[in-house]
Design a protein around this ligand. Sequence first.
Ligand code: 5GP
Length: 211
Amino acid sequence: MQIEDDWPGYNIDLFSSPTHYSGDLECVYIPHGVIMDRTERLARNIMDDLGDHDLVVLCVLKGGYQFSADLVEGIKTLSRNSNRSIPMRVHFIRLKSYLNDQSTEDLQIIGAEDLSFLNGKNVLIVEAIVDTGNTLKMLLKHVEGFRPKMIKVAGLLVKRVPHSVACLPDYVGFEIPNRFVVGYALDYNEYFRDLDHICVLSETGKMKYKI
Ligand code: 5GP
């Protein structure tokens, strides 16, 4: 699903959002309900492709926690209501590569644990956003080192950027213009994870939470 370059978003006052962020947001880019509907459809696509396979869901923290939780919930609901089902285990990996709204070369796996249990397993990496694709490329290389049977990637957002490394998820929620977005667990210096909609930051918001 594509969001065009000229999409202005919705006026922030048309939706409810936490008052502690008033003035910090330029617009609602993707309302929470639309995220949920699209996630439900991704869950269906995953079920169609992978139904009856055991899955290890690898949630990329911190930004991926909300998408991961809602996607797993969607797959669980489908599993309950059909004769196909996906047994799932859920694991977490924490990555960090951003300072303010800029990607840095310095990508870190924080608290990297031994992922050798992925050997021979079907892995679904769940990532909130793919920008240049560097993070995903590096993570795939890391996970491949543990020799899983299969690796698929679900990404809620993929940005159209000039210098992408062409590492795209198998399941994409929304392709979006090259704008810095927050909300639905995506942060700006740890703020805005507690916002349900995906929004664009205002200049005031950027200045207020800059470090
Ligand atoms: P990449 O390596 O693909 O350039 O960057 C991916 C990582 O950068 C994501 O996992 C996320 O942490 C961060 N990121 C990229 N774009 C955005 C954005 O628009 N908003 C937020 N909050 N994080 C972003």
